[in-house]
Design a protein around this ligand. Structure first.
Ligand SMILES: *[C@@H]1O[C@H](CO)[C@@H](O)[C@H](O)[C@H]1NC(C)=O
Ligand SMILES: *[C@@H]1O[C@H](CO)[C@@H](O)[C@H](O)[C@H]1NC(C)=O
Ligand SMILES: *[C@@H]1O[C@H](CO)[C@@H](O)[C@H](O)[C@H]1NC(C)=O
Ligand SMILES: *[C@@H]1O[C@H](CO)[C@@H](O)[C@H](O)[C@H]1NC(C)=O
Length: 382
């Protein structure tokens, strides 16, 4: 069932039409920052019927008021006394009416000469040196702390050097942005996989980095609108996507009920068009077909043996057999947990946790754009 989310947020805002704040300046409740082209706005809001105030970022041009990020998720301001400011060291903080610090950012790098916080047109809120526009050199950025919305340009993944784990976490409820029970993250064990978790339990495996679309062979609408990226090297693993056309607004939401919805803004209908949800595709369910099998949403039954494998279990597909036997002359089990391409040009994803071949990722005759696994380890769709 497609749950259509409607956010009715009431804002009484006085727009400064500025995209930056510097030490000495502040954003009071009721004032906002607006990104240069007016795509996003930052300020205080209350979700649903809640009276609590949160500092957040929402769309301004499209879908006005749909919140994509919240700073003080776990510590709201009880009234309209909240103030956002930045100090000389580039640390952002939200203070309440009694000057109590409700939330503050943490900058891991050395302070800038002259720090400034800027709301970018991508929806990223960054703290940087005023004169340094190198995106690699930001002191702090909201994209490093995703909430329930995965925007183009964000990364989900793990930096093994710093131990930093960027993942989505659902809101507790429509009125409480505190982290809920669901998370969408990379499970780095063996061959890394994108998983949807409920607490510690894996609900879905969403091997989206095949570069074309989610698992299963049905090609969803709009897949050509994005460029997906899966990057893996010994220091870092991440998954991200970019819209090919920056005038298109799209998002990836993990809602409070644990459903992932991918949607695109339809300017004509003035509404989000949901084009993929996690429970619309049974092939996303972790190990739905077991090992050595492919899963096709259009198929009935959806599960099929991989070529060269026979179904050994007497049970039916509905019982989700997990036992498959290889009868190929060429061994294709690769214990290093990598993507391999067999003679037929089929891309195979190995499940690193078992070092077994888990799913068939790309149709032989891809009408889809060209994918390439580069020497750098970057897996791209072109
Ligand atoms: C302001 O924040 C401080 C620190 O979080 C807290 O102790 C205090 O009760 C808050 N004051 C109000 C009026 O909410
Ligand atoms: C801030 O970052 C430092 C170093 O990365 C870490 O040790 C510290 O716990 C962080 N503080 C907070 C409040 O997150
Ligand atoms: C991007 O989308 C807009 C609106 O749909 C369209 O007018 C424009 O030509 C597109 N640009 C590119 C490069 O495709
Ligand atoms: C991994 O192997 C164990 C034992 O062989 C099996 O019970 C389990 O279902 C396998 N997991 C997956 C994801 O295939």
């Amino acid at each position: 069932m497609v749950l259509v989310l409607c956010w009715f947020l009431f804002f009484t805002t006085r727009t400064l039409a500025l995209s930056t704040i510097s030490p000495g300046q502040s954003i009071k409740d009721g004032e906002t920052l607006v990104s240069a082209s007016g795509n996003f706005e930052l300020g205080f809001f209350s979700p649903g019927n809640s009276k609590s105030r949160y500092l957040g970022i929402w769309y301004k041009k499209a879908s006005t008021g749909t919140v994509v990020w919240v700073a003080n998720r776990e510590a709201s301001v009880s009234d309209a006394s909240g103030v956002l400011s930045i100090n000389d060291k580039g640390v952002l903080s939200i203070m309440n009416g009694t000057k109590g610090i409700v939330w503050s950012s943490n900058t891991s790098r050395n302070a800038a000469e002259e720090s400034v916080a800027q709301l970018l047109d991508s929806g990223n809120f960054v703290v940087k040196d005023r004169i340094d526009n190198d995106p690699e050199k930001v002191l702090w950025q909201s994209f490093d702390y995703p909430c329930d919305t995965f925007l183009p340009g964000m990364k989900i993944g793990i930096n093994f050097v710093t131990g930093f784990d960027r993942h989505l976490s659902s809101w507790k409820s429509m009125e409480d942005p505190a982290p809920g029970i669901y998370s969408f993250r990379i499970d780095p064990r063996g061959f890394p996989q994108l998983v949807l978790k409920k607490g510690p339990e894996i609900l879905f495996r969403a091997g989206s980095w095949n570069g074309v679309y989610f698992t299963g062979k049905s090609v969803p609408k709009y897949y050509t609108v994005y460029r997906y990226e899966f990057f893996s090297n010994p220091n870092e693993i991440y998954y991200g996507y970019k819209a090919r056309n920056s005038t298109i607004f799209s998002r990836y939401l993990l809602d409070p009920s644990g459903q992932i919805q991918r949607s695109i803004w339809n300017e004509r209908k003035k509404d989000w068009e949901v084009f993929l949800t996690s429970d619309a595709d049974q092939c996303l369910i972790y190990a739905y077909c077991g090992s050595y099998a492919s899963c096709t949403t259009e198929g009935s039954p959806p599960c099929k043996c991989l070529e060269g494998f026979v179904h050994r279990s007497a049970s039916t597909w509905n019982l989700r057999p997990v036992l498959w036997i290889a009868n190929r002359n060429k061994p294709i089990t690769d214990t290093s947990g990598r993507l391999t391409i067999d003679g037929g040009g089929i891309l195979i994803l190995l499940d690193g946790r078992n070092s077994s071949i888990w799913s068939l990722m790309v149709p032989r005759k891809a009408e889809a754009p060209v994918e390439q696994l580069l020497d750098s380890g970057n897996y791209v769709l072109k």
